[in-house]
Design a protein around this ligand. Structure first.
Ligand code: GRF
Length: 210
């Protein structure tokens, strides 16, 4: 079995990073996390990655993008996974990693790009919220959407309660999307995502992937 080398970029608590690494250790998994990279020296995710036996590198503030670029090359990373990485990647980076870099965002894109997605969904009176995984393009939180999970907004939901339920779905969905990319079930070309060789018309869900 061919195992795809992935690198995860993160800035904070690292729950997605953790679920991605844990999934990689299951039998039959087609990907391996060869490096985790952060821009934040005090990110809790550093300890999570280290405890799970994954190399974790902290990049300096100055020229962080070039450091990341070099580290990904040094570890022969084939797929770059953004998991709560709080910096905007330069256009050149996105172009170099076209079709080989994915991001998770806590909203049903194209709704609520940027920050405070849960608050904005509540303020808008939405009934459904969720998370999206997309291939990265130079536009922020843009790029072909691969998969989404929906979460029903309940009466009395707060930003925190809603965020927690969305995060649960994120932690389940992200590893499965990566597994499908690593096993070439999911591909991206020319801004179109295909699943099992067929272009998708709407985002996949976790059920489609299992
Ligand atoms: C997640 O909500 C993700 O959607 C967003 O940043 C958060 C990262 O959470 N891009 P964690 O660090 O993986 O726990």
């Amino acid at each position: 079995m061919r195992v795809m080398k992935i690198g995860v970029l993160f800035s904070g608590r690292g729950t997605n990073l953790k679920s991605i690494i844990e999934r990689s250790k299951q039998e039959g998994c087609c990907y391996e996390v060869v490096v985790a990279i952060t821009d934040n020296l005090s990110a809790p995710g550093i300890q999570l990655a280290t405890e799970l036996g994954v190399n974790c590198v902290v990049v300096p503030n100055k020229n962080w993008e070039w450091h990341i670029y070099d580290i990904l090359n040094k570890f022969n990373v084939e797929l770059t996974v953004l998991a709560g990485f709080m910096r905007i990647l330069p256009t050149l980076f996105c172009m170099r990693w076209e079709n080989r870099c994915i991001n998770i965002h806590p909203s049903l894109l194209p709704k609520y790009k940027g920050l405070h997605t849960h608050r904005r969904a509540l303020e808008a009176g939405d009934v459904i919220h969720g998370c999206s995984i997309h291939f990265v393009t130079p536009e922020l939180d843009d790029g072909p959407i691969v998969a989404q999970e929906q979460v029903l907004i309940q009466p009395g939901d707060t930003e925190q309660s809603l965020a927690a339920r969305v995060l649960e779905r994120e932690n389940l969905l992200y590893p499965e999307v990566i597994q499908c990319i690593a096993s070439r079930k999911i591909t991206s070309f020319d801004n179109k995502v295909s699943f099992n060789g067929v272009k998708i018309e709407s985002p996949l869900s976790l059920n489609d992937l299992l």
